[in-house]
Design a binder for this molecule. Structure first.
Ligand SMILES: *[C@@H]1O[C@H](CO)[C@@H](O)[C@H](O)[C@H]1NC(C)=O
Ligand SMILES: *[C@@H]1O[C@H](CO)[C@@H](O)[C@H](O)[C@H]1NC(C)=O
Ligand SMILES: *[C@@H]1O[C@H](CO)[C@@H](O)[C@H](O)[C@H]1NC(C)=O
Ligand SMILES: *[C@@H]1O[C@H](CO)[C@@H](O)[C@H](O)[C@H]1NC(C)=O
Ligand SMILES: *[C@@H]1O[C@H](CO)[C@@H](O)[C@H](O)[C@H]1NC(C)=O
Length: 277
């Protein structure tokens, strides 16, 4: 009886835990290298999301409600899993109603007044020239559930369709293919952060079109020391993204976001200097 009560209370407690959270480093820090999130801006329009589908948490997103696009999504990469693309786009109920479900939901299943006030909805992308470009891509998802959970509009931003299907897609695949052997999950942990920089265009008078897409990866060994890292940034058109060290990417992002500094990974991630004999 006592046990039953205990279980009931626990389930009530966890059922109430919001997925738009105050501190995603605390609530879903497992998706950040060393448990440290990239730079978070303090202004009130930002939200921290532990991306949850059917009560499983799959990755983390820092979201800008003013632009109705994310700033970045952070996730672990555990090798190429050949997940199926199931194209059903979700939204985040808690962005428009704190008391709503902690799970991402299909728009048709959400009855909230003012749905879309603080986030993009599918309608915004209709008749725009842009596609719903994934930040965390299906190709890098670590399970089918995770692949399904990447189809949420809080993990997407208006992307040039040639870029989405062209150079950016090639990059997502190359990172996964080239680097997974060099960072096997039994010896290392592989973290990726993918983000966008807001541009000047707006679709449907509501959703900002990014000027750039960027991505950075970091492979940590079992002592949490960086084994290797790197990054890419590309304008939102179909050109090959430019390769950069994480440091140089951070410097460029600080400029583009017009902030003093921007940190993707919370310590020096330059590959260790080669030892001289
Ligand atoms: C968030 O949106 C506001 C309003 O458009 C913009 O000024 C700001 O630069 C955005 N922040 C980021 C990090 O993209
Ligand atoms: C994914 O597909 C590739 C190519 O067909 C195959 O080599 C690999 O073993 C598959 N991986 C998994 C986890 O099924
Ligand atoms: C991956 O390999 C391809 C083909 O060898 C190469 O062109 C590309 O630059 C590599 N990309 C990354 C991200 O390492
Ligand atoms: C998308 O990129 C292509 C190739 O770079 C360019 O020709 C096209 O105008 C772009 N589309 C939009 C809507 O900006
Ligand atoms: C890591 O984050 C802390 C704050 O959590 C900050 O004070 C520190 O400067 C960061 N470390 C590096 C190497 O950037």
């Amino acid at each position: 009886m006592l046990l039953l009560l205990h279980v009931l209370m626990l389930s009530l407690l966890s059922g109430g835990s919001a997925k738009v959270v105050k501190d995603f480093e605390k609530e879903c820090g497992q998706f950040f290298a060393n448990g440290k999130s990239p730079t978070r801006f303090p202004d009130p329009q930002y939200r921290q999301i532990c991306q949850t589908l059917n009560d499983e948490v799959y990755y983390a997103t820092f979201y800008n409600t003013s632009n109705r696009i994310p700033v970045y999504s952070a996730y672990k990469f555990e090798g190429i899993k050949n997940c199926t693309r199931i194209v059903k786009w979700y939204i985040e109920p808690q962005l428009d109603d704190n008391n709503a479900s902690p799970n991402m939901k299909l728009e048709k299943d959400v009855k909230i007044q003012g749905l879309g006030d603080h986030q993009a909805i599918n309608e915004d992308y209709k008749n725009s020239k842009y596609e719903r470009g994934h930040l965390e891509p299906v190709f890098q998802a670590q399970s089918q559930g995770c692949a399904d959970a990447t189809f949420t509009l809080t993990n997407a931003a208006p992307q040039n369709s040639s870029f989405n299907r062209g150079q950016w897609r090639v990059l997502e695949r190359n990172i996964a293919k080239n680097l997974s052997n060099q960072c096997p999950p039994n010896m290392y942990s592989f973290y990726i952060v993918t983000g966008v920089v807001p541009g000047t265009k707006i679709i449907n008078n509501r959703v900002k079109v990014p000027s750039h897409f960027w991505t950075a990866y970091c492979c940590l060994d079992n002592n949490k020391k960086p084994h290797f890292s790197g990054g890419f940034i590309g304008v939102n058109e179909n050109f090959p993204p430019e390769e950069k060290t994480v440091k140089d990417l951070e410097t460029e992002l600080a400029k583009l976001y017009k902030v003093e500094s921007f940190e993707v990974f919370n310590y020096s991630t330059e590959p260790p200097a080669k030892k001289r004999k």
